[in-house]
Design a protein around this ligand. Sequence first.
Ligand code: GDP
Length: 461
Amino acid sequence: MTWLDKLQHQSRQIRHRALDRHVRLGVTGLSGAGKTAFITSLVHQLTQGDCAQNLPFFAVVQQGRYLGGRLAAEQALTIPRFPYEHNVSFLQQQPPQWPPSTTGWSQLSLTLRYKAGQGLRSHLQSHSELELDIVDYPGEWLLDLPLLQLDYAQWCQFSWQLFATPHRQALAAEFKKLLSATDMTDASENQLKTLTDAYKQLLQQFSVTAGTYLNQPGRLLVPGELAGAPMLQLLPLLPEQVAQPSPLLQKLNSHYQSYRDYVVKPFYKQHFSQLDRQVVLVDCLSALNAGAAATAELSQALQLIMQSFQYGPSSMLRRLFKPQISKVLFAASKADHVTPEQHQALTLLLQDLLRQPLKQTTYQLAQTEAMALAALSASQSGFVEQRGAKQVCISGTDSATGQRISLFPGDVPAEVPDATVFAKHQFSFPSLLPLAVAVNANLPHIRMDHALQFLLGDKLR
Ligand code: GDP
């Protein structure tokens, strides 16, 4: 794209935005929450297959006004493109595989064509267009917002309180020992590298073995384009080490400031504040599988993430970044891992994790909604006969064994269970391989049409 093309592209975007025909939809969630699957499905649903059959609750489709969507031919070269086609090819392998997960910021632009249902345009124009930018970014980056309100010493206190929780304590012991034996007068590059590598390794261990969610700073585990940048040399010293001035403390203090100024603030200014709509995906079932401490930590992490959407008139977020997100969908992903009558409980559980009764409420300035969905349903639901009675079940391909299974995965609690329930009951919701899909066929999903209606319905009237 030449600079002239780029300029024309930008001015067209500004024109469309001014005419309310351009929406930037952010899709986020912590690692593994289902962002890649969600965007791949969303793009497929809007551009291929038989929408009328597959998206019955999306009003523009239901009313026969949706004329189709196509991927935009051009995209600014500076923005990584979401690898949609590559992801679809994984679903079409034999046997089908899940596409690789999100590792950073990426975007895909679509043009949606529809017939206006009301107003002057419905009489004057044969069709209207909505430009849709879908923006994928790791939810871990939203966990950095609270850092703007903590100084380095407070962040160290917070981190070590967290590392004292039962599912983290034993793993953190080694790193604690390393820090205790560290010479605080040595602020050399070598020393910083050793300590940061050890901290990064600890965060990785936390995330894979202990079912943790609240891993800060967000860019250490998911660095995106900043991999290797010096301000990512960041770790929490022990609370007693931040009480005394020292060269190492001074150095880490300055890295912490740089991280806030050159990583967190630019992300909110340049990316987050450009979003109009937002989806936050949450994998509640994996947290239940991982136990009481993991579930409590998911709730804590989600509440920190929600701070990014709580921009009342006097909030710090509004003062600094002027966000303009007007709708936020909180979605419990992978609802196909449970039987359909459990979906309502899954939605209630999500609301309990968020500590917000979200349905039909206006949360500060952004309208919010919560629902259970599956971007790419990997199961079929049905019934099996058990001792003469009909038992609801799902069937699919177990991802660990590759075998077909039919099972009732269990009840979903409608609220966060207390520790005694976890002590007596091991949740074990399955993990399934995707269903085989033929080229151009509809992708099976649960409630993606409801999600589209909430997110885009008002823009396609
Ligand atoms: P990301 O890290 O947020 O991009 O997460 P992904 O979209 O890569 O999803 C992580 C994993 O969750 C996938 O590899 C699948 O195993 C599973 N997954 C995601 N979405 C769905 C879904 O709709 N149904 C099912 N059954 N599994 C899903």
